[in-house]
Design a protein around this ligand. Structure first.
Ligand code: HEM
Length: 130
């Protein structure tokens, strides 16, 4: 009996990008993340002089590319981008914690949440500069 087929999640064949809700889904999550990070009591100072609208666009674009969406990310690599910014391990963890809460609030399921976090985690060594 082909039980295996029955056990596959409905979206097993589609990209993580699609399963995150495509462009509207990713843009919503990234916008909330940037808004929360810029008002975060510990990490907010890092974003004071940043063009938030552009940052949201760039991060959404990058996540789109990393998750198999139809986007090209034309920015610098993450090490170069964050080189001059005073980011600690604590800042990185705060970003991840906020992201988890936002993903939950937006109804992203455990599997998709874990896939996205697994994609982002290796960037820690590139973005933490302090
Ligand atoms: C998974 C981790 C991260 C990813 C994937 C990521 C991704 C990005 C991307 C795509 C950009 C825009 C690059 C461009 O303009 O071409 C950016 C810029 C920036 N990131 Fe991150 N980031 C991460 C972690 C962090 C953390 C933890 C902080 C600080 C708490 C941070 C602070 C910033 C700031 C301040 C900029 C703006 C630079 C500027 O425009 O002057 N990032 N990041």
């Amino acid at each position: 009996m082909a039980l295996g087929m029955w056990c596959l999640p409905v979206h097993a064949g589609s990209s993580l990008y699609d399963r995150l809700g495509g462009e509207p889904g990713v843009v919503a999550v990234v916008s909330e993340l940037v808004e929360i990070m810029r008002t975060d009591p510990v990490s907010g100072h890092i974003f004071r002089k940043v063009n938030h609208k552009r940052l949201k666009m760039k991060i959404a674009e990058q996540i789109c590319m990393l998750t198999g969406g139809p986007c090209a990310f034309d920015g610098d690599d993450m090490k170069t981008t964050h080189a001059g910014i005073p980011i600690t391990e604590t800042d990185f963890h705060r970003l991840v914690e906020h992201l988890v809460v936002i993903l939950d609030r937006n109804g992203v399921a455990v599997r998709e949440k874990n896939e996205l976090l697994a994609i982002l985690a290796p960037f820690k060594r590139d973005v933490v500069t302090r």
